[in-house]
Design a binder for this molecule. Structure first.
Ligand SMILES: NC(=O)c1ccc[n+]([C@@H]2O[C@H](COP(=O)([O-])OP(=O)(O)OC[C@H]3O[C@@H](n4cnc5c(N)ncnc54)[C@H](OP(=O)(O)O)[C@@H]3O)[C@@H](O)[C@H]2O)c1
Length: 285
């Protein structure tokens, strides 16, 4: 099986590449610099050149606030590019995995969202991702759509990735406490995606994040505790909880967006690590 990864330079793309390298699975990783997924002719040529059996789309415009100001680009990257990939995969009988987000939900619930709940996006990013899911499903009913949330790994640019450095180096940090969701350690996600491919779980939407609800504040507190326990001498003395409202961010975010993972657990028979268990790996990698 030969795998082609779009968005290989992103945090998930890097973890997928490390995973397939470690498992000696033949794969090609195309970064944004190598291939702009919105350029349809180049996309088609990539399929011709690499002739994959499985395609994983880890490319996306993930800067949520930028998407408000650059709606056209957000829809081109997050909706129309995956649609084109799905069309080619459907035509050529290639298995397609597309990655989506908890932000397709509005966050008005207080219990975890299951896969079949109607999408209710509240930002340009979320609308573009929800549209991407719909277009992918129409173009390729056999596609596997994996929804994840608050992804992180060492060296990435998401806020959770940056917290590692902030907790180690900065004396005081302010972190949002009143939004609750799940987080996803990218190496665990890469292993899970490979497992779903091997079990042939195509044609579905499946949620995967690490176990346990949390706020970013919870994450920062646990990260500092873990760093202390590991002897990493974190410099951060004060972690101040704040409300997301005072940040006045351009894009709305769901206040509660935990994802129910029963479907993943039932279909794979696998348990999922609690997010706190991932922190030593995150800090030491
Ligand atoms: N990060 C999160 O917290 C999070 C949460 C939920 C869902 N997701 C979803 O997870 C998937 C993977 O994202 P990630 O977490 O790995 O975030 P990421 O680190 O931002 O990775 C996304 C990658 O896509 C690339 N990209 C952007 N526009 C592209 C284009 N036109 N053509 C090709 N590549 C392009 C980016 O390159 P540049 O950096 O050069 O733009 C980046 O390398 C995305 O579908 C995202 O929506 C992410």
């Amino acid at each position: 099986v030969k795998i082609l990864i779009f968005g290989a330079g992103g945090i998930l793309g890097q973890s997928l590449s490390s995973h397939f390298h470690a498992t000696k699975t033949p794969f090609i990783g195309l970064t944004h610099a190598t291939l702009d997924a919105t350029q349809e002719a180049k996309l088609e040529r990539a399929f011709d050149e690499h002739r994959p059996d499985v395609v994983i789309n880890a490319a996306g415009m993930t800067a949520v606030d930028d998407c408000e100001l650059q709606r056209d680009t957000a829809f081109a990257v997050n909706a129309r590019a995956p649609e084109k990939m799905a069309k080619i995969c459907n035509k050529r009988k290639i298995k397609f995995v597309h990655v989506s987000t908890d932000y397709v939900f509005d966050g008005h619930k207080t219990v975890p969202y299951v896969e079949d709940e109607p999408m209710s996006p509240i930002s340009a990013y979320a609308e573009s991702k929800a549209e991407g899911e719909k277009l992918v499903r129409q173009a390729d009913p056999a596609a596997l759509i994996v929804r994840v949330a608050w992804s992180f790994r060492a060296g990435g640019k998401s806020f959770l990735c940056k917290l590692r450095e902030l907790v180690i180096k900065q004396k005081q940090i302010r972190v949002v406490q009143d939004r609750v969701g799940n987080c996803t350690y990218c190496p665990d996600l890469a292993t899970a995606v490979d497992g779903m491919i091997q079990r042939d779980l195509f044609g579905r939407v499946i949620h995967f994040t690490n176990e346990g609800d949390l706020s970013l504040y919870d994450f920062a507190i646990s990260l500092r505790e873990t760093a202390e326990r590991l002897g990493l001498k974190p410099q951060c003395q004060e972690i101040i909880p704040i409300s997301v409202d005072i940040l006045n961010l351009p894009a709305h975010r769901p206040y509660y967006s935990a994802l129910d993972k029963s479907r993943y657990r039932q279909l794979t028979g696998n348990s999922i690590r609690h997010w706190r268990e991932t922190l030593p790996d995150f800090l030491q990698s």
